[in-house]
Design a protein around this ligand. Structure first.
Ligand SMILES: [Zn+2]
Length: 56
């Protein structure tokens, strides 16, 4: 399982497992919402392309 890895106020790194489809845990998704949304869109676009290819 991938870890969140976001820097914490304590100086360490977040050890929570990431949410499937994103690169951050639920706690840090808020801070990185824009980043997460961009990644989601990219993944969705790739999946759509794959589906179209499969249909053809
Ligand atoms: Zn985190």
């Amino acid at each position: 399982m991938a870890r969140c890895g976001a820097p914490t106020k304590a100086g360490g790194r977040c050890r929570r497992p990431v949410v499937t489809g994103t690169s951050r845990c639920p706690v840090h998704q808020g801070q990185w919402s824009a980043y997460g949304v961009a990644q989601r869109k990219e993944k969705e676009a790739k999946e759509k392309k794959r589906k179209i290819r499969k249909k053809r």
